[in-house]
Each structure stands twice: as structure tokens, then as C-alpha cells.
Design a protein around this ligand. Structure first.
Ligand SMILES: CSCCC(=O)C(=O)COP(=O)(O)O
Ligand SMILES: [Zn+2]
Length: 209
């Protein structure tokens, strides 16, 4: 795919996520690999329903800026995307959004893990088991994003998460995939799990894993 097209595809995805209430008030950031060691990422602080090709910055896996339009800086959370691309070679697209349900679900986590509901839909996240006991990692939020990235780096060095995503407590969710469509599906499936958990909690339904 041509690099300019990739930026347009990311802008379309951002608008869709904005319309779902996941990227309000400039929240969130999206990226896609251009090559093994470079990726496009949204510029910091841009409205996610109105992105154009100038709102993407090219960076390498060390976070160095390769190409940026005047006045555009890479997302403040670029280091998190770097960690994912460094540890997971098959990840080519990373979506980070701030949904209400993702942030509520952080409160249901125990010992840095959120147990996902054992739904058939987990198959779409690569979990084939009939009654899966699958935990999504939940990282502490820090104002210094480098600390979040460092925690993720340490955790991913030990083990890659069992599903293609991670939560940052009181902040948002990040999902990845091998292309735009699979990253979107992974994000949608995680968001479905979050809505399910929030509604199950409201109805006082125990979710058995
Ligand atoms: C208003 S959201 C606060 C920053 C954040 O968490 C985020 O996802 C957006 O940051 P960026 O620098 O990518 O615009
Ligand atoms: Zn964020």
C-alpha cells in the first residue's frame, strides 16, 4: 500500500473511532508501520475526526522523527507504539483509544490483569479454547509516558500478552494487528468485552471464567 494511502486509511479509522466516542477531545493515537523500522503516527493534539495527511509524523523504532509537517510533533505516546512494534514483529498497526468502558474495566483488574469474559468472541482475539481463562494486562498510568512504555517493555520481555491488546489504568486501551482490518477487529472485540463486563457488573451478574 502507498504510504499516503496508509495515512488516509488511518484518518478514516480515527474518524470512525471518534464517532463511537473513543477519541473525543483529541484523545488517542493511531499508527501503522511503513517498513520494518519506521511507522506513521498521529501528530500530538490533533482532532481525531479531522485528520489529514499532514497530521501524521514518520518516526523510527527509536522514536526519532523522520518526517513531520511544520508545527506537527509525534504523539506524546509514541514510545508505547515503539515498544509494541519492537516486541511484536507481526504488529503492523496500533490503535490507542480512550473509551469509557475501557476506563471502567481498569477498576475490575486484579494484580495487573483483567479477566476477560469467556465469550465465543474471544476466538477473534486468537483464543481458541472452549472456556477460556484469558487475562488482559493492565498497566499503571504515569504522567511520564516513558514510565508506561518502560513497564510495557519489561512485561513484554517476559511474555507477550495472550491477546493483542493492553489496558492503561484510568487512561485507555491499546490494540494491535497485522493490518488495519485486524487491528480494528481486535479493538472492537476488546471494547465488546469491556461493555459486557460493565453491563454484567451493573446487573450484578458474576462472570465465570
Ligand atoms: C486529551 S487525551 C490526553 C493525551 C492522551 O492520552 C492521548 O491519547 C493523546 O495524546 P497525543 O499526544 O497522541 O495527542
Ligand atoms: Zn492516551
Amino acid at each position: 500500500m502507498h504510504h499516503e494511502d496508509l495515512r488516509q486509511e488511518l484518518a478514516l479509522a480515527a474518524r470512525s473511532f471518534y464517532e463511537r466516542g473513543w477519541m473525543l477531545g483529541t484523545a488517542g493515537n493511531l499508527s501503522a508501520r511503513m517498513a520494518e523500522d519506521t511507522f506513521w503516527i498521529t501528530a500530538s493534539g490533533r482532532p481525531k475526526d479531522l485528520l489529514d495527511t499532514e497530521d501524521f509524523v514518520s518516526v523510527n523504532l527509536q522514536g526519532e522523527v523522520l518526517l513531520a509537517a511544520s508545527g506537527r510533533k509525534p504523539s506524546a505516546e509514541t514510545a508505547i507504539h515503539q515498544v509494541i512494534y519492537q516486541h511484536i514483529p507481526e504488529a503492523r498497526v496500533v490503535f490507542h483509544v480512550h473509551s469509557i468502558e475501557a476506563n471502567l474495566c481498569g477498576h475490575f483488574a486484579r494484580n495487573g490483569q483483567l479477566r476477560l469474559p469467556p465469550l465465543e468472541m474471544l476466538k477473534g482475539l486468537g483464543v481458541p479454547d472452549a472456556e477460556p481463562e484469558t487475562d488482559l494486562p493492565v498497566f499503571a498510568n504515569h504522567q511520564d509516558v516513558a514510565r508506561i512504555a518502560k513497564d510495557m517493555d519489561t512485561a513484554f520481555t517476559q511474555a507477550i500478552p495472550p491477546v493483542p491488546g493492553a489496558l492503561i489504568h484510568q487512561h485507555g486501551v491499546t490494540a494491535w494487528g497485522s493490518d488495519l482490518l485486524s487491528a480494528r477487529h481486535h479493538l472492537e472485540l476488546l471494547e465488546y468485552c469491556f461493555r459486557y463486563l460493565v453491563q454484567a457488573k451493573a446487573l450484578a451478574i458474576g462472570v465465570q471464567a
